[in-house]
Design a protein around this ligand. Structure first.
Ligand code: AVJ
Ligand code: FE
Length: 438
């Protein structure tokens, strides 16, 4: 895995930076005209050209200025691409770099980064560089924005730009899968102190003891969620968290985002195509309030964040934690639906080889999974390297999501990885699974 020499690490960094950049261009300048790159497709999102220049600016800040000590290239543009200075809804009014200028800027940053790699010593006395941390952070950052750009594409109206998926179907075994798995009471290790890709909010490793619980073997499917919709779940106040009922009434929503009702049947809009809703795919584009209401309707609840991580990573027989549900080594196409190889989730019950030790499937990939837990620091949390990555979001406003989606790069997710968003958000590729006390 990660035990590589300095030279090997530098070639890995160069290759992974390039792979992330190919992906970014595949979502921007390679597929859309200038007008679509500078347009705001939703007030919830930045213009795509903002994300493109922002990943380059972040790379300049961390890999050129902080790591290599190189002077700012264009200090006057920093504030345009500082996510905290301007909310997404205002970004189209800023004097942003044009697509051509943005591309020129991020290409130049990248050339200087590659030139600087040979002079970098990955020394443990510079925490930013210890084990190459800052490079791993910047690579993951670009992939995170690529997933955000995919959410913008899904919001965009107009002709499809992505090919329809021609991937082989996901592996599936057709034996009957138990609907839920039991996780025995006891301690497990939550978070990590050793994973070199881990960001500050995943640290440190700490013991957590949980009572026994049941958790679904798979995410909740479109068919299961549709049963909640047709049973009148959106009209029954008792099923909703009070703030969720307020959201439901104020928004008028009656189904997940992108669902379209046509008489007795349901369709969905996906990257510009209207198609039948696929019954056995995990439901996606539901907010936390919808997931919470469904769980109550089903006589269940959302898992806590700790329950989710234990079910995904803990081997109760050997008492060891796994980096991925299937083991410590990165998976392949038989383990999970990650990395934007398809532009949709795969049917529930896919990937028997990717199951966790307790038998939970699709814990990584397919859809982000809402948990009942608000986003806070693990006990012993230390900001690293900047407060605005995690710490400023701690509190009661954000709910934790786990496990990544079909749009998440394999390098940007693991069983300790934590994502968070407001409980009203539906544009992200999020679904959920349910749990209950044993
Ligand atoms: C971890 C997905 C919540 O993309 O909004 C991006 C990460 N931080 N740029 C996001 C992030 C700085 C963040 N999430
Ligand atoms: Fe960012």
């Amino acid at each position: 895995g990660d035990h590589v020499t300095a030279d090997e690490f530098k070639s890995l960094v160069a290759a992974e930076l390039e792979r992330a950049r190919d992906r970014s261009f595949g979502l921007t300048t390679n597929v859309l005209e200038e007008a679509d790159l500078v347009a705001q497709h939703s007030r919830l999102m930045s213009p795509l050209v903002w994300d493109l220049a922002h990943v380059g600016n972040y790379e300049e800040l961390w890999l050129l200025r902080a790591a290599a000590g190189i002077d700012p290239m264009r200090p006057e543009i920093d504030s345009l691409y500082d996510a905290f200075e301007h909310p997404r809804s205002e970004r189209p009014t800023l004097p942003l770099l044009s697509p051509a200028e943005a591309r020129g800027y991020i290409d130049l940053v990248r050339r200087k980064v590659l030139d600087s790699l040979d002079s970098i010593r990955l020394s443990p006395d510079r925490p930013l560089l210890d084990a190459g941390f800052v490079y791993r952070m910047v690579i993951q950052h670009e992939h995170q924005h690529d997933e955000t750009m995919l959410a913008t594409h899904q919001l965009r109206r107009g002709e499809p730009v992505f090919p329809d998926s021609d991937q082989a179907p996901a592996p599936h075994d057709h034996r009957l899968l138990a609907p839920e798995v039991l996780v025995e009471a006891g301690e497990f290790v939550m978070g990590t102190s050793t994973d070199r890709w881990a960001l500050d909010n995943e640290r440190p490793a700490h013991k957590v003891s949980l009572p026994a619980f049941w958790i679904d073997s798979t995410p909740v499917s479109n068919a299961a969620y549709r049963a909640f919709v047709t049973a009148g779940g959106y009209d029954d106040e008792c099923l909703w968290d009070p703030a969720g009922w307020q959201w439901r009434c104020a928004s008028g929503k009656r189904a997940p985002a992108y669902w379209v009702r046509e008489g007795e049947t349901w369709l969905r809009r996906r990257f510009g195509r209207l198609e039948p809703l696929v019954d056995d795919e995990p439901v996606q584009h539901v907010c936390w309030y919808e997931a919470d209401a469904y769980a109550r309707w089903a006589g269940r609840r959302l898992p806590t964040e700790a329950e989710w991580e234990k079910a995904a990573s803990w081997d109760p027989v050997n008492g060891v934690k796994r980096r991925f549900p299937w083991g410590d080594e990165p998976g392949g196409p038989g383990h999970a639906n990650l990395g934007q190889t398809r532009f949709h989730p795969t049917p529930v019950g896919s990937f028997p080889a990717g199951a966790s030790p307790v038998g939970a499937r699709q814990m990584l990939g397919d859809v982000w999974e809402w948990t009942s837990t608000a986003f806070t620091g693990h006990p012993g949390f230390c900001v690293f390297p900047y407060r605005e990555y995690s710490e400023v979001f701690f509190g009661n406003d954000y709910k934790v999501l786990r496990g990544g989606s079909w749009a998440t790069d394999p390098l940007a997710v693991r069983t300790t990885f934590r994502n968070w968003d407001y409980p009203i958000r539906r544009q992200i590729f999020a679904g959920f699974r349910c749990a209950r006390d044993a």
